[in-house]
Design a protein around this ligand. Structure first.
Ligand SMILES: [Fe+2]
Ligand SMILES: [Fe+2]
Length: 188
């Protein structure tokens, strides 16, 4: 398959790893509250989601789904729903960022609310990826040719993933280490 399609699939695996890390941070929030380290990690995660999944992955998918809509495939309603999901998820990212930024600025936010909003966000992101993997990505395989992918690639230039990509570990070094440590714990 085309390299853009492969990158989209890899992105999903990476986002799922990120969500696993986020779950680990959100779970103790209600009982333990939030400390400076967890707060920084949460803000790094949100920052990364805005800088890569929402800056490259979603726009590429939007181009792909729009192209599939132009082909008038029978699954068009599903694709329109998934395109709308992107706008909804991006709004949720801003809301989550606002709540954690207000904590960073010293506002008191009930820890139950922090946990609830984080978990709702994680669930929405995870459901979206599952829906795409199950219903939308097979349509890409079925209906798109290499020429279509080349056309999509010309519209949005490839972007290196700043967390999981080859040149990662700059701004997100601490987050990356945390993801790796969490995965090691799961293996034990
Ligand atoms: Fe998506
Ligand atoms: Fe996706």
């Amino acid at each position: 398959m085309h390299s853009i399609y492969q990158q989209l699939c890899v992105d999903h695996k990476h986002i799922q790893r990120l969500l696993r890390c986020m779950r680990g941070l959100a779970e103790p929030l209600e009982d333990e509250g939030i400390d400076a380290e967890r707060l920084e990690l949460m803000l790094d995660i949100i920052d990364y989601i805005k800088n890569y999944p929402e800056h490259w992955h979603h726009p590429i998918e939007d181009q792909v789904f729009s192209l599939l809509l132009l082909k008038h495939i029978p699954e068009s309603d599903l694709l329109r729903e998934i395109i709308c999901d992107h706008g909804r998820l991006e709004k949720q990212t801003i809301e989550l960022e606002q709540i954690f930024r207000s904590v960073a600025q010293g506002c008191v936010v009930p820890s139950g609310q922090l946990q609830q909003q984080s978990q709702a966000y994680i669930a929405a992101q995870a459901d979206h990826i599952e829906k795409e993997n199950k219903w939308a990505y097979p349509l890409m395989e079925r209906y798109l040719e290499d020429d279509d992918w080349d056309w999509i690639g010309q519209k949005i230039p490839q972007l290196d993933d700043p967390l999981f990509g080859e040149r990662h570990k700059g701004d997100y070094h601490n987050l990356y280490e945390n993801i790796i440590e969490g995965e090691k714990d799961l293996l034990q």
